[in-house]
Design a protein around this ligand. Structure first.
Ligand code: PMP
Length: 459
């Protein structure tokens, strides 16, 4: 592959002078002299403008399922751009890849999740969810059902609706007032909130929090419950086995719509096409993004059960909602090709039967390290909890968030991109990762843990 030559010093100068990156501290970015410039990628590796290769343990931002440098995806975009780069879906019009992608996504979702609404990002998908759910109850003759329940420490996006639905305290503290009518209940994070508790008892307690809230709000006012099958950005929080079936039963009991945010879990991450399939539940609505196109172009979708669409069809009247780029044909063509690659290369099955179990074995080995309090994974998403005293969930410096960034920075220095969420180091490699690359990933983590230990003990 030919690589372009960049004037790195000039790029970093321009970055500080003009570019405001997402989710960043602008003083820090100024003080460090600008972003690290990532210039190219191939397979599971990214390469910065200085030429250093980094193993991408985060699949970009939880999204590059098929890895970097896939010519098939570039070709699909090129073909579609020449044929029809863009058109809209507002004028009783639709484009071939848009319709074909809707059918493909419906097939992968299965059951009665037969209909698909397109957006451009996970946040927008969740905006669509909020508007759709409330509109549905209005049309159904229960306009009082407009309260949506989500969970503390949930991440559902960065638009005002996404933040409102999300349960991250620091994020919610900025940019309010938020969208009204959204409640939050406890998350199923056993390492922090149920340490030492029997997992099934903890699952019962976490699910009961939903039932209690529904009763407190008044069941006739609750429109939907929204949750990620496995919380990603919250710290790869994998609920105990029975949590989701309990949640589903509670939703059914009170006629509350069940919404799964599959923005991270979707498209093979957990070893099934969607996370709800792993947990054996049947949501009414599913939001998805990221892995649908492996991040090559922005596109997201909301899968909607037939009974909801039937209600809208019977009532008539427009759903006055949609984006200029809903169903964007080039993004849809790339998504179709991406799904085709995932199918052709058997990446979902491989995650379930080979690479996921291998990741779990590596994690089990690293669990003996003195800094590691817990490891967990499902498919190709995993987490390592850093603790100051083995056998406990005590944190370095007496508070969460001190150790994680230190370990993350050492991993990056050693050639591995991972993320620290408080003191949880999380990983989510491309689904194409090979066993030798997983060996490398865990080699770097172990070396970084060893290097971190004296630094952390001195805190
Ligand atoms: N939902 C979940 C579960 C996510 O992880 C994310 C992004 N990390 C979003 C929604 C928002 O997606 P986007 O950044 O594409 O708006």
């Amino acid at each position: 592959m030919t690589r372009r030559n960049y004037d790195l010093a000039e790029l970093r100068r321009l970055d500080v002078a003009h570019h405001l990156p997402g989710q960043q501290d602008y003083r820090v970015m100024r003080d460090i002299g600008g972003s690290r410039i990532i210039a190219s990628g191939e397979g599971c590796y990214i390469r910065d403008a200085e030429g250093q290769a980094i193993l991408d343990g985060m699949a970009g931002l939880w999204c590059v399922q098929v890895g970097y440098g896939r010519k098939e995806l570039a070709d699909a975009a090129h073909r579609q751009m020449i044929e029809l780069p863009y058109y809209n879906t507002f004028f009783k019009t639709a484009m071939p890849p848009t319709v074909m992608l809707a059918a493909k996504v419906a097939q992968l979702l299965g059951g009665d999740l037969e209909h698909v609404f397109f957006n451009n990002s996970g946040s927008e998908a969740n905006d669509t969810v909020i508007r759709l759910v409330r509109h549905y109850w209005e049309v159904k003759g229960e306009p009082g059902r407009n309260i949506i329940i989500a969970r503390e420490n949930a991440y559902h996006g960065s638009t005002i609706a996404g933040v409102s639905l999300g349960g991250m305290t620091a994020m919610r503290a900025q940019g309010g007032p938020l969208v009204p009518g959204i409640e939050h209940v406890m998350q199923p994070y056993s390492f922090n909130e149920g340490f030492g508790e029997d997992p099934e008892a903890f699952a019962g307690r976490a699910a009961d929090a939903l039932e209690q809230r529904i009763l407190a709000v008044g069941p006739e006012k609750v429109a939907a419950f929204v949750g990620e099958p496995v919380q990603g950005a919250g710290g790869v929080i994998i609920p105990p086995r029975s949590y989701w079936t309990k949640i589903e039963a509670i939703c059914r009991k009170y006629g509350v719509l069940l919404v799964c945010d599959e923005v991270i879990c979707g498209f093979g991450r957990l070893g099934t096409w969607f996370g709800f399939q792993h947990f054996g539940i049947k949501p009414d609505i599913v939001s998805m993004a990221k892995g649908i196109s492996s991040g090559y172009l922005p596109i997201s979708a909301v899968g909607v059960a037939h009974h909801i669409v039937e209600t809208l069809r019977d009532a008539g009247g427009a759903f006055i909602h949609g984006y200029t780029y809903s169903g964007h044909p080039t993004a849809a063509a790339v998504a179709l090709e991406n799904i085709d690659i995932i199918e052709r290369e058997g990446l979902v099955e491989r995650t379930a039967t080979e690479t996921g179990p291998l990741l779990a074995r590596h994690l089990a080995e690293i669990a003996d390290h003195p800094l590691v309090g817990e490891v967990r994974s499902l498919g190709l998403i995993g987490a390592i909890e850093i603790v100051s005293r083995k056998g406990t969930n005590e944190r370095f410096g007496g508070a969460e968030g001190k150790a994680g960034p230190i370990l993350r920075d050492l991993c990056i220095k050693n050639g591995l991109m991972v993320r620290a969420i408080r003191d949880t180091v999380v990983m989510c490699p491309p689904l194409i990762i090979r066993p030798a690359e997983l060996d490398e990933l865990f080699g770097i983590i172990r070396r970084s843990l060893d290097e971190a230990e004296p630094v952390l003990r001195a805190i």
